[in-house]
Design a protein around this ligand. Structure first.
Ligand code: NAD
Length: 508
């Protein structure tokens, strides 16, 4: 379509300058709160990707020859600019993603934590040196091995809609400090926050071409992966697309970490603290309208716990609609709303009780055209319901009562995702029993959103639908991912000093 003249145009950004797509194609960016257009975003083709990669390739040599500390100095400035502009960034997140303002500020703060981590890479990324062989009659001189890291070149980061600032920051600052240049592909649903972020990167001193942004969808992603000068790809998004991205990279022998979806299970034991557990479960499942890969989606109650059930229902019912602090915003778009609705309707038809019914919001509340699904709690009679097994990505909590610890762990273990899991209990031994057995990689005790803070790295369990690729996306894994470790073995002939004895200190 031709862009509307009344909304902001979101272009590609190449060499720190907005550039229209070669096709002149745009699609509207809709506000989830009103369903009205707030911007038009460029749709890029292979030609645009080629232009962006050529620019990043040209910038690589100079950028990678700076010292790690010089690149870090730019990231430190960027960190401070993000803090100064956090309200503005958060307002953009509210506008395009629909989170409430507190959640949006947390999106910015959490993203900036990874920038902070990247600023410690001069200390963390140094190599090792080892004396591996003494001088001998065979070798003459001692032999040393050392290693150091070299950047890969142009790398790409493809990101989803649900954290417009935090997820791009998982990769960008680490890739940059390690000396790579980066192609970013934002979600076409939320391109505004990253557009502003690019201004801040430029102001911080990131040179032209070091970060280029191509807007678009499938065609653009495929062109990025296929480009021979793109040396590695990170992807965060839904499991089916993560799998496609990983397979496409594998076929090209290209390094790739692709994080997929989730279905996180919480287990509440009879001795859990009722108030704390209820508050935490509701925040975890309903916060950000359930559109977090770390959101709780299934609560397994071990034994009968009517007090906990009542408390959870009471807290969910108290949530109000809106995007101001503490309220529940809309889901991202109509397709997402309809998908959530389908899961709830189907579960009800299969015999689940709808303890809290968020479907009423669209009928009863002033939704202003927005895609508001209220808090929804399902009490299932069958663990085979689709809502118990598949990712819904909305403010829906499935509850199922189990008869034993073993049944709870069997249900958690049999789900094909492996992102997060948590147990609620006041007993350390019980907690350990579950921590040993959960089939997920980010685990919690009495914490429903057990997001590891830097320097602990983020990522689901390899071999599940939550992660395709073997490295985490932040932390040490990212440092490894964005560099090649070069191993050097040296043997120097030590000269004879003053024409006398061999002065080789190791030999003596
Ligand atoms: P998505 O998979 O639809 O899109 C992600 C990115 O891929 C976007 O940039 C999109 O433009 C692009 N894309 C979409 N379809 C494509 C295709 N067929 N081929 C190539 N590229 C394509 O995901 P989304 O709806 O934006 O985000 C929500 C999903 O992301 C959820 O499943 C959520 O669990 C997941 N997620 C996971 C994590 C994690 O750490 N595991 C973090 C955040 C979000």
């Amino acid at each position: 379509m031709t862009p509307s003249s009344t909304t902001k145009l979101i272009q590609n950004i190449i060499n720190n300058t907005p550039v229209p797509p070669s096709s002149q194609k745009y699609i509207p960016v809709l506000s989830p709160s009103t369903s009205k257009p707030i911007a038009s975003v460029a749709i890029s083709s292979q030609q645009d990707v080629q232009q962006a990669v050529a620019s990043s390739k040209a910038a690589f040599q100079k950028w990678s020859s700076l010292t790690t500390k010089s690149r870090t100095a730019i990231m430190l400035k960027f960190h401070s600019l993000v803090q100064q502009h956090s309200q503005e960034l958060a307002s953009l997140i509210v506008q395009e993603n629909g989170k409430n303002i507190t959640e949006a500020l947390a999106d910015v703060a959490k993203g900036n934590e990874t920038v902070e981590y990247a600023c410690s890479l001069p200390q963390l990324s140094q190599g090792k040196r080892l004396h591996v062989s003494a001088s001998s009659s065979l070798y003459g001189s001692p032999i040393y091995c050392h290693d150091h890291r070299k950047p890969l070149g142009v790398v790409a980061s493809i990101v989803p809609f649900n954290f417009p600032f935090m997820v791009p920051m998982w990769t960008l600052p680490i890739a940059l400090v390690m000396g790579n240049t980066v192609i970013l592909k934002p979600s076409e649903k939320v391109p505004l926050t990253l557009y502003k972020t690019m201004e801040l990167l430029k102001e911080a001193g990131v040179p032209d071409g070091v970060v280029n942004v191509v807007q678009g969808t499938k065609e653009c992603v495929e062109a990025i992966i296929d480009h021979e000068d793109v040396k590695a790809v990170t992807f965060v998004g839904s499991s089916p697309v993560a799998k496609l991205v990983k397979e496409r990279c594998n076929a090209l022998n290209k390094r790739c970490t692709a994080l997929g979806g989730a279905k996180n299970h919480l287990v509440a034991l009879p001795d859990c603290d009722v108030n704390d557990t209820a508050r935490d479960v509701v925040v975890s499942s309903m916060g950000c309208a359930g559109q977090r890969c770390m959101a709780a989606s299934v609560l397994l109650l071990v034994g009968d716990n009517p007090n906990l059930l009542d408390k959870i229902v009471e807290k969910a019912q108290a949530i109000e609609l809106g995007t101001t602090a503490g309220k529940l915003g809309p889901v991202i778009d109509e397709a997402s709303y309809n998908k959530i609705l389908k899961y709830v309707n189907e579960a009800e038809a299969m015999g689940a009780q709808v303890l809290v019914d968020g479907r009423s919001w669209m009928k009863e509340k002033e939704c202003d055209g927005g895609f508001y699904m209220g808090p929804t709690i399902l009490l299932h009679s069958s663990k085979e319901d689709a809502a118990m097994k598949e990712e819904i990505f909305g403010p829906v909590l499935s509850i199922y009562q189990t008869s034993s610890w073993t049944e709870a762990i069997e249900i958690e273990n049999s789900n094909p995702f492996g992102n997060a899991a948590c147990v609620y209990t006041c007993n350390g031994g019980s907690a350990e029993w579950f921590l040993e057995r959960f089939n997920a990689s980010m685990l919690g005790v009495n914490i429903g959103i057990p997001v590891p803070r830097e320097p602990f790295s983020f990522g689901g369990l390899y071999g599940t639908k939550s992660k395709y690729g073997d490295m985490d996306i932040t932390g040490d894994g990212a440092m490894e991912f964005f560099s090649n470790r070069i191993k050097v073995t040296t043997k120097w002939i030590v000269p004879k000093i003053d024409g006398g004895e061999d002065e080789n200190p190791v030999k003596k």
